[in-house]
Write a new protein. Structure first.
Length: 416
């Protein structure tokens, strides 16, 4: 689900572009993030729906965890600006079982999906503890905690989290990416290839965003065109941190895979794959995404998930006619089957030189790593606990209400 983009017929209703004062208001990653614990959803007689200061308009997308709306921030600070409002059903999140150990070959089949969470190595005894939790709401808290700590122009901004204590809804308000995903593509739906210079521009921004995440020990784990959205000014925004993980600074090894099958790295496309490098898997997915941008199709396919994974593990990269040498070289390095030999983010900057395709043979320099990777504060256990407050008490109330309803129904049956 491309959750933060706006359909073309909605663009005409957008508010003014983000003011410089608001877009740069966060002096630190935590500044400006609001947590509203007593949000109120209203539906007026004329059909207009509001959530506190937000007017809720068109549906932008729907997914397993809820609905995403285009909204307008009517507050003085918001200046009638367009935002994306992501609504979650708390009861559905609570019921949803995470995939078990074993990645795409686990109990949930070959999908390799699930909402993971990231915590600092010191926050809990295991870096992936929340990914094993039976309480999905903790995973949403983890996503919020990660987003609150990040402050980079190529990572989507989270403005506000709202909990409606009277309803089953939790809301996250994001910046709007009005141009949508870089492309709409799937195994059975090819797309129009992007002009090489545009693909280069987007890939350069991906490098900066993913490098920033990796430098702060965060693996995205679901890199694909659908999660690379574009703002009105052309800035690429990395979205959807639902399966992201935070790993130890000493090691990026993870055990449980996640993400979309067509973008899975070869090392996780086997049963009982064991530990793998989270960074290397992100790099592979970046390579698949670059291939999509350049050629308008996925590099590996199959009539079944098993066939797809076999293709990913063993098939050579198919190159259309006209592929130039630099394109081949960078794709060969990104899509290296052996994760140990696969190019790393640091190797892209080896000898202070970025890969020549990325810089167009040095004519378009890339921002240095030191400029790109500013420090962020650690995600602590307290961050996870307090990312959204007042949720568990609501579940207690809902559970009690349901119990009373059942008791009343049973009493009515017994009285007949």
């Amino acid at each position: 689900m491309s959750s933060l983009n706006v359909p073309e017929d909605t663009l005409s209703t957008l508010g003014p572009p983000r003011s410089p004062s608001r877009s740069s208001r966060r002096a630190s990653a935590d500044a400006g993030i609001k947590e509203t614990l007593n949000a109120v959803f209203r539906e007026e007689s004329d059909g207009q729906r509001t959530l506190n200061q937000y007017i809720i308009k068109d549906v932008l997308g729907k997914g397993a965890y809820g609905t995403v709306y285009y909204g307008v921030d009517t507050s003085e600070e918001g200046q009638n600006e367009g935002v994306a409002i992501k609504e979650f059903s708390k009861s559905k999140l609570r019921r949803q079982k995470l995939q078990r150990e074993g990645g795409p070959f686990g109990a949930r089949g070959f999908r390799g999906r699930g909402r993971g969470a990231g915590v600092a190595p010191g926050a809990l005894s295991h870096a992936n503890m929340l990914s094993k939790s039976d309480n999905p709401i903790d995973l949403v808290r983890g996503e919020i905690a990660i987003l609150k700590k990040l402050d980079h122009e190529n990572v989507v901004r989270l403005y506000e989290v709202l909990d409606d204590p009277q309803q089953d809804s939790l809301y996250m308000v994001f910046e709007l990416c009005s141009k949508g995903p870089i492309m709409d593509i799937s195994l059975d739906k090819p797309a129009t290839a992007l002009p090489e210079d545009l693909a280069r521009d987007y890939f350069r921004q991906m490098i900066l965003g993913i490098e920033y995440l990796h430098e702060h020990d965060i693996a995205h784990r679901d890199i694909k065109p659908d999660n690379m959205l574009v703002a009105a000014d052309g800035t690429l925004k990395i979205v959807d941190f639902g399966v992201s993980e935070m790993f130890s600074p000493a090691s990026d090894r993870l055990k449980t895979s996640a993400g979309s099958p067509a973008f899975s790295a070869p090392e996780v496309c086997v049963a009982h794959h064991g530990e793998f490098s989270a960074r290397a898997c992100d790099i592979w997915a970046m390579g698949v995404t670059l291939y999509c941008m350049l050629f308008g199709s996925l590099p590996f396919s199959g009539i079944s998930i098993i066939d797809l994974y076999e293709s990913i593990r063993s098939a050579p990269i198919p190159y259309p006619d006209g592929t130039n040498a630099l394109q081949r070289n960078i794709l060969e390095r990104l899509l290296e089957k052996n994760p140990i030999q696969r190019i790393s983010m640091d190797e892209l900057r080896a000898r202070k030189m970025v890969h020549p395709w990325v810089t167009k043979n040095g004519t378009v320099p890339l921002r240095s790593k030191s400029e790109n990777c500013v420090p962020v504060s650690d995600i602590t256990e307290e961050d996870i606990k307090t990312a959204v407050k007042g949720i568990i008490p609501l579940f207690t109330v809902l559970k009690a209400v349901n119990k009373l309803k059942k008791l009343r129904q049973n009493a009515e049956v017994d009285g007949k």
